[in-house]
Design a protein around this ligand. Sequence first.
Ligand code: NAI
Ligand code: 15L
Length: 265
Amino acid sequence: MERLLITGAAGGLGSMLRERMRGRARVVRLADIAPIPDPQPGEEIVQCDLADAAAVDAMVEGCDAILHMGGISTEQPWEPILQANIIGLFNLYEAARAHGQPRILFASSNHAIGFHPVTERLDADSPIRPDSLYGVSKCFGEALARMYFDKFGQETLILRIGSCFPEPKDYRMLSTWLSADDMVALIERMFEVPVLGCPIVYGASDNEAGWWDNSKTAWLGWRPRDSSEKWRARIIERDGPPRPDDPVHRYQGGMFCFEPVRRVK
Ligand code: NAI
Ligand code: 15L
């Protein structure tokens, strides 16, 4: 691959992918609204607000694939979500349309389905049940990706990421955790398959307590290998067993279900 674009490259997943994708393309273009430290040989740095259509167009030009990690990543007031996750995503897809339709990984989130109870097993056809404005913005992103596929043939892997951190931080993440290795293995598959289309994949490792079924996208050939289970005893010892009446453990989105809805700060 000649040039790979990673947006949100100053953030948690963007920084991880910056390290992990080094050498996978001749040039890796790193973009973020925040400064990106310490450029390395083979890296291009682009400081860009996703809400700025002209800047996004220039950011995408010349790229063969996009790992789109940029945007608001937690529940926030409507205004920043609108700018980064709604207007910003539209700008990205328009730029991709203008510049040869590079394959896109869209970092969607489990918060697109967060109001499903933890007792339900979901698959790619389960209805959306966003738990927050943030979750609604991810549903918008998934719908936008699908529309660009149906209308223009733009290929996107829609990845409903669970919790991608070095290790699960709490009891809920025993169900939602995704290891960096498993995420990178999925990215490899999305570039290897001759036809990608626009599948919805749940981004979780092979967790014993998992809630999500990826059998409808088994054709991708992605087999997550890690599991959260080895952290279970430590988490329960530290936090105690989950209380059955704790509302945070009722829904898959956890705390996001109880965040207030705010227009501005
Ligand atoms: P993060 O918040 O650490 O990184 C997001 C990056 O996007 C930041 O560096 C930020 O500066 C940049 N950004 C925000 N607004 C921007 C704008 N208007 N223009 C350009 N850049 C902007 O988030 P993280 O954890 O790295 O997540 C990356 C993506 O994956 C996000 O889209 C998030 O919603 C999604 N995701 C992450 C999960 C996780 O477990 N880390 C779980 C589910 C989804
Ligand atoms: C997300 O969508 C967030 O970006 C991340 O920070 C975590 O909160 C994750 O979901 C989660 O549900 O654990």
